[in-house]
Each structure stands twice: as C-alpha cells, then as structure tokens.
Design a protein around this ligand. Structure first.
Ligand SMILES: [Zn+2]
Ligand SMILES: [Zn+2]
Length: 88
C-alpha cells in the first residue's frame, strides 16, 4: 500500500511505499509541545521508504537522539528520525 501526505499548506508532500512497522500514539513531552495536543499519532516506516516529492522540509534536533522535520511555511510537523539510523 502506498501512503501519500504532506503539510497543511501543500508546500511539502511525501509518498511512502511502506511497509508500516508500527502505528501508535506518543505522549512524550516533545511530541506534546510540538503538536499542542495530549498525544501525537505516528506511523513508523523504514527511513528509505519515505520520499519527499514536493518541497523539502526543514529539520532540527529536538533531542540528542532525534531529528524532526517540518514545513518552514506552515509549520506542520512531518517526520521524526534518529540520526543513528534506528527505526522507530
Ligand atoms: Zn506547509
Ligand atoms: Zn514523542
């Protein structure tokens, strides 16, 4: 199954061919602050299966072990990965 999505304003779009490793909610303090909600929903996939097809997200280190990607125009949080390559 192919998943497509993107940010609120449409400047960044992605496609993901999967496979989906896991889905769930994270309620850590970083996800809560970035989303402004009690939990953030996640779908975990192999890093190479996620391709940005329109635009390029900006990135910042939200912790010593994680990089977050977001749209610089509308601020939508799009992805998280570990620079170590570990999948989550
Ligand atoms: Zn956007
Ligand atoms: Zn979290």
């Amino acid at each position: 199954m192919t998943y497509r999505g993107g940010c609120f304003c449409g400047a960044v779009r992605y496609v993901c061919a999967g496979p989906v490793i896991d889905v769930g909610y994270c309620h850590c303090s970083i996800c809560r602050k970035l989303s402004g909600a009690p939990v953030m929903a996640w779908m975990s996939v192999p890093r190479d299966s996620l391709q940005f097809t329109t635009g390029k997200p900006a990135a910042f280190a939200s912790s010593p072990v994680g990089i977050r990607q977001f749209c610089v125009i509308c601020g939508t949080h799009l992805a998280f990965h570990r620079p170590s390559g570990a999948e989550i």
